[in-house]
Design a protein around this ligand. Structure first.
Ligand code: PTJ
Length: 240
């Protein structure tokens, strides 16, 4: 039991969720290691959403709301950390969830899909895997034709660099959530949100409610004014 007044309470509770996810077979062993890296970067940015991250989050939501076939890619860590929030986001922007795993086993696929459904998801893709991302030989290359393969915009929390590059090569708008602003994913994505998924996804849900009432021309302006490289520079230079 972690006492509520522990100075690292929030961070320890996030770990707790991942450990539970690991014990139930949702999170893979490597997911725990990946979290450690993310945690270190989060510590450096003060474990809060920076202005630059919020800016990217707003552009990301504007992009997803205007996309014709947006899809949200879900891996083990994301499913364990923000199951309710990712389902809400999927409903708010009208984008299906697609489970896509680096360490794919059919058992983990089934468990994650069941977990998301237990959190009220209705449309979860990923099992069919009837298409392949060109140039990606590992398991994350397996995608659904009517999901990630055919999407024009894909949200990828905790992505790996080579798939991110491959999705961009396919002409898709790729929105990454990655606490490491120096990663290949962060530098290759169209829009990079350097923030913890536990803050970024709830922020996206809130912003999707706010932006829904805004005129298309205004939404377009938000998207067109964004420069990912510049925004990443703000993150690495700690401009805010
Ligand atoms: O569930 P699977 O099988 O798809 O496997 C998932 C992992 C995470 C193991 C897999 O995608 C992987 O190996 O990822 P990487 O290449 O280690 O990249 C993870 C990136 O996510 C790193 O740059 C971390 O800094 C970042 N990260 C970790 N935790 C968080 C995060 N970014 C945002 N929020 C987090 N909570």
């Amino acid at each position: 039991m972690i006492p509520k007044d522990h100075p690292r309470y929030a961070s320890l509770m996030i770990r707790e969720r991942l450990v539970k996810g690991y014990e139930s077979g949702i999170v893979c062993t490597h997911g725990l290691i990946a979290h450690g890296r993310g945690e270190a970067f989060d510590y450096l940015i003060g474990e809060k959403t920076t202005e630059a991250a919020m800016h990217a989050t707003k552009v990301a939501v504007a992009t997803l709301l205007t996309a014709e076939r947006p899809v949200i890619s879900v891996n083990g860590n994301t499913a364990a950390l923000v199951p309710d929030e990712i389902v809400h986001l999927s409903e708010h922007i009208g984008a299906p969830l697609e489970v896509n795993l680096f360490h794919r086993t059919e058992e983990r696929m089934d468990k994650i899909i069941a977990h998301l459904k237990a959190h009220s998801a209705t449309n979860v893709l990923g099992k069919k895997a009837d298409a392949r991302i060109p140039g990606i030989e590992h398991e994350r290359g397996k995608v659904d034709k009517d999901g990630i393969y055919g999407a024009d915009a894909v949200l990828v929390p905790l992505e790996d660099g080579d798939r991110c590059e491959a999705l961009v090569r396919m002409g898709k708008t790729v929105i990454a959530i990655d606490l490491n602003p120096l990663s290949r994913t962060s530098r290759t994505a169209t829009i990079t949100i350097v923030d913890n998924v536990v803050r970024a996804i709830p922020n996206m849900v809130k912003l999707s409610e706010e932006l829904r009432g805004i005129k298309q021309t205004e939404i377009r302006k938000i998207i067109d004014a964004f420069d990912n490289e510049l925004n990443l520079q703000r993150m690495t230079e700690h401009d805010d």
